[in-house]
Design a protein around this ligand. Sequence first.
Ligand SMILES: [Fe+2]
Ligand SMILES: [Fe+2]
Length: 247
Amino acid sequence: MTRLFHISDVHFGLEDTAALAWVADCVARERPDAVAITGDLTMRARHREFAAAAAWIRALDVPVTVEVGNHDLPYFNLAERFLDPYRRFRALQAAVGHGANLPGLALIPLKTTARAQTRLNWSKGRVGERSLAACLAAIDALPPGTRALVACHHPLVETGTHGKALTRGGSRALAALAGRRVLAVLSGHVHDAFDLVHETEQGPVRMIGAGTLSQRLRATPAGFNELTFADGALTVRLRSRASTCTG
Ligand SMILES: [Fe+2]
Ligand SMILES: [Fe+2]
């Protein structure tokens, strides 16, 4: 059995410190095999926000994967945003040791952010050709029998939450992932949790969203998802701030 904690949208700079202390306590007591973080680690991609994120993640002392969210690209420094938008995020990845070695399961990243878009709202999702190709190639390179959990920031299609992702290229990407029979697509961004099956032209695909651990609440309290993979089946349990740790 493999157990993951899927967390998202911590937004250091506007984090919920009580919720973070609760999650860190749950990790310490329950020792999941890995923690998967699906983006928006910071509020405005400030250096001090990334430093706080790195310190909190490192203190968890379990394998961690981190994806980039739209809030993690430079917001004030436009020159850096255009020339090297992922520099600060890469430094965070290097600091926390991106990666988790799980039996029979692989977390595969899919980038859904963009330094700029041909629409006014650059916070929405976008799956570019190269990002999708890299994700599919990583899935195709997995050893036989290993299941893929794709990790991205924006839901690839709308899932009925208050917040919208409006991901360009998302439907096409989701169909391609359905065709690869991925175990699920993990995401964040909308700050509310969900677990549903979406039908695509290439078959069904499961979409799992984690809520937020920030003060930017939408419809639901702060929380995260506990994912359990056993005998080929994935189970999701929503852990909200009101619940207690076990183990
Ligand atoms: Fe967010
Ligand atoms: Fe976001």
